[in-house]
Design a protein around this ligand. Structure first.
Ligand code: BDP
Length: 709
């Protein structure tokens, strides 16, 4: 009896230790379950040699040990005298001295080289800096995790964009603005004395995809973070992240000199204000010598800024840039601005920022959201890209799915990111893609950057929805190399996160790759945008017309009436289209040739308008909403079939969330079609599901505690 109990207990414990709760992200390092492959890896790798000692080289050693011991299911010795079949990691300098660098090895200026020394079977990971070696180590582990050959390697990999940053919208009280994965991972209260292991795992995860900076706090900033006690906390985090090549940045509140400096003004041209920021910069760099710099949201959505003193964004940014430049810091100034008086919110950022081109200091980047409005399921690229040749522009993507079903919907965002990066601005003729603006190559800028608004919280699996991890992963991978395809990135993420089983890989990939177009279709097809409920931004509320400002109202954006629907941004309307190069204008200017995806972004078209499919606009709208619902149904079905191939914990979680997503997709379809039908007055086409409630029923639904409210 006792024995039986003991056995049961052991079984239970084994079960527990294998519980897949998502914490390990894509760095699970489970042993290779293919025997032949396992044996071949064991033959190729018999030892690890790490040349030189530093916190970063120690991180390299730790990660290689952790990864290889796990993957190869055996203890791989760390050696100081590498023989053959050894993984050797060291800077070019160190390996040259110890004669371990193979003759003629081409080490890239940035990034890493992984090369096999065929003479003795050693695998060399080398670079100019320890951080780049760390990236190389993670790359090698990725190759093994995804069951690729590691024989005769010759890989040179360099990042295309210099600053690859997460932006946390985390408040000091740990509430995360637009966060759907619990509270902030930064425990400001227990910092600087308590260092959560999670901070290190966060650093590992970021380094594994090449992310090299993080803005710790919300753009709607609280000046308290710049006070001495908080800077101590920031310094403690910087110490944890530094070995992993991650610099910390802070969102700086423009009026901090008033709030914590007790000055009467924050005027950027005022001497006391300038001196205050200079002293603050000095104080920060004494604590954090490699501090990245400031991110600033100014004169936007009620935030203070230089315009409050009759000064320009450039005056404000330059004042801070001057304070940071002696220490090598930078200012990232956001272009997310819009004035309620403007006749089209679309045009505002361009109108305010293009006149300032060439007026910013060398250490200023202007950070632009991917689209002209605000992280919608689909937006055309922001017309600022390609319109400020003398200013390095940084991309801002949103990983947290504020408008994409938040922590509840499975939406793989890589296709969205790629669509924007691949878009052609035509700024210097054809093939002047947004990516080339961002990486600095189009206008020869040495500063370049890309940011992702973080979707990370303190939930056990980091992102709430397990598939949110894929967006974090994809962001990092694309920031490093935007030429990778969405499919490639999905494949490697699935292999590392779930398994290399082809059934699993193929099915999950289909789910992921279909998901972005699905969300566009069930929320905002054909170029509709910003028709969600005000405040929480979760569900549909196309009728909303009573927000504090008109440009927060759905009716402002869809403009449905008896004649038709859509926002006329052509010459007969607000002419926002004119902000693009002629070649781009030509793509969108004519409602008959404009692609369906952007039609209602640029045109107010009649309900009878003939679409490319031959359907009327109204029928096409019904068709697209239904298609969105059907795609989610198919995603659910595919997932169900994986029941026996995926651990029960993660299977069940995703299963439940997909069921909610399906319900929500139907909700969006019903609400939007019922509402727009009050204008079109046209019947639902045959063969489509009909809404099961009335419009009034939906309008009465209240969601007072939806996250984000
Ligand atoms: C909007 C969010 C708001 C952010 C703002 C921003 O709704 O919470 O503060 O963007 O980016 O999307 O500053």
């Amino acid at each position: 009896m006792k024995k039986a109990l003991l056995l049961l207990l052991t079984l239970f414990l084994v079960q527990l230790s294998h519980a897949e709760d998502g914490y390990r992200l894509w760095l699970r390092y489970n042993h290779i379950d293919n025997n032949k492959l396992l044996l071949s890896y064991r033959k190729t790798i018999t030892a690890i040699h790490v040349a030189g000692q530093s916190p970063t080289m120690d991180a390299v050693k730790k990660e290689l040990e952790l990864g290889l011991n796990g993957l190869l299911d055996t203890k791989i010795a760390v050696t100081s005298r590498p023989g053959g079949n050894t993984i050797i990691a060291g800077t070019r300098e160190a390996l040259t001295t110890s004669k371990l660098l193979p003759q003629g090895a081409q080490v890239p200026a940035d990034g890493f080289l992984i090369t096999t020394n065929v003479a003795n079977g050693n695998t060399i990971i080398t670079a100019n800096t320890a951080t780049d070696i760390l990236y190389g180590a993670f790359h090698l582990l990725r190759l093994i995790q995804t069951h690729q050959s590691i024989e005769n390697l010759h890989i040179i990999s360099s990042p295309r964009v210099k600053l690859r940053l997460l932006n946390h919208w985390d408040n000091l009280n740990r509430y995360v603005e637009r966060g759907y994965a619990g509270i902030s991972i930064w425990n400001w209260h227990t910092l600087p004395d308590y260092i959560d292991d999670r901070y290190t795992d966060y650093a590992r995860a970021n380094a594994s995809v090449g992310i090299n900076g993080t803005v710790l706090n919300n753009v709607n900033a609280n000046a308290t973070v710049l006070t001495a006690p908080y800077l101590q906390k920031v310094a403690a985090l910087a110490n944890v992240l530094r070995p992993y090549g991650i610099k910390v940045y802070l969102s700086a509140r423009f009026s901090a000199p008033i709030e914590i400096g007790h000055l009467k003004t924050a005027d950027p041209l005022n001497d006391s204000v300038r001196q205050w920021w200079q002293a603050k910069a000095k104080e920060i760099y004494q604590l954090i010598p490699d501090f990245g710099g400031f991110l600033v949201k100014a004169n936007s959505e009620g935030q203070p800024g230089p315009q409050s003193y009759g000064r320009s964004h450039a005056d404000g940014a330059n004042m801070m840039a001057d304070a940071l430049s002696p220490f090598g810091g930078i200012v990232i100034w956001r272009a997310f601005v819009y004035d309620p008086q403007a006749n089209d919110r679309f045009k505002q950022a361009y109108a305010e920022f293009t006149p300032l081109d060439g007026k910013f200091r060398k250490n200023v980047l202007v950070q632009v959201k991917n689209g002209p409005i605000d992280f919608q399921p689909r937006e055309p690229f922001s017309p600022l890209f390609g319109a400020m040749p003398r200013t390095p522009l940084m991309m801002e993507f949103q990983l947290t799915q504020e408008y994409l079903g938040q922590g509840t919907h499975l939406v793989y965002e890589a296709p969205l990111f790629k669509e924007v990066l691949n878009a052609d601005t035509y700024a210097k003729g054809p093939n002047s893609t947004v990516a080339k603006v961002i990486d600095g190559s189009l206008y020869d800028h040495s500063l370049s950057g890309i940011a992702g608004v973080s979707n990370i919280g303190n939930e056990r699996n980091w992102t709430g929805h397990l598939f949110g991890q894929a967006n974090w992963y994809a962001f990092g991978r694309l920031a490093w190399d935007y030429t990778l395809s969405s499919e490639q990135i999905a494949t490697e993420w699935i292999q590392q996160t779930f398994s290399n089983d082809p059934t699993v890989v193929v099915s999950i990939k289909q789910i992921m790759l279909a998901s972005r177009e699905a969300v566009v279709n069930y929320m905002t097809p054909l170029g509709l945008h910003h028709i969600m409920g005000n405040g929480h931004h979760y569900g549909p509320a196309p009728w909303s017309n009573n927000a504090p400002r008109p440009d927060w109202d759905p009716v402002y954006y869809h403009k449905a009436d008896a004649k038709g629907i859509g926002f006329d941004r052509t010459a007969s309307g607000t002419n926002a289209l004119q902000q693009y190069q002629t070649a781009v204008q030509q793509l969108y200017a004519d409602s008959n040739t404009c692609s369906d995806q952007y039609l209602l972004w640029f045109h107010h078209v009649s309900w009878q308008h003939k679409m490319h499919s031959g359907r009327t606009l109204w029928n096409e709208l019904c068709h697209k909403y239904q298609e969105g619902v059907d795609t989610v149904g198919a995603m659910q079905h595919k997932w169900e079939q994986l029941k026996n191939n995926i651990d029960p914990e993660r299977f069940h979680q995703v299963q439940m969330l997909l069921a909610i997503q399906h319900k929500d997709a139907i909700w969006w379809r019903n609400v939007c079609l019922l509402y727009f039908q009050t204008f079109s007055q046209m019947p639902f086409p045959a063969n489509y599901e009909k809404p099961d409630h009335t419009l009034e029923y939906y309008q009465q639904q209240r969601f007072p505690y939806a996250p984000g409210n």
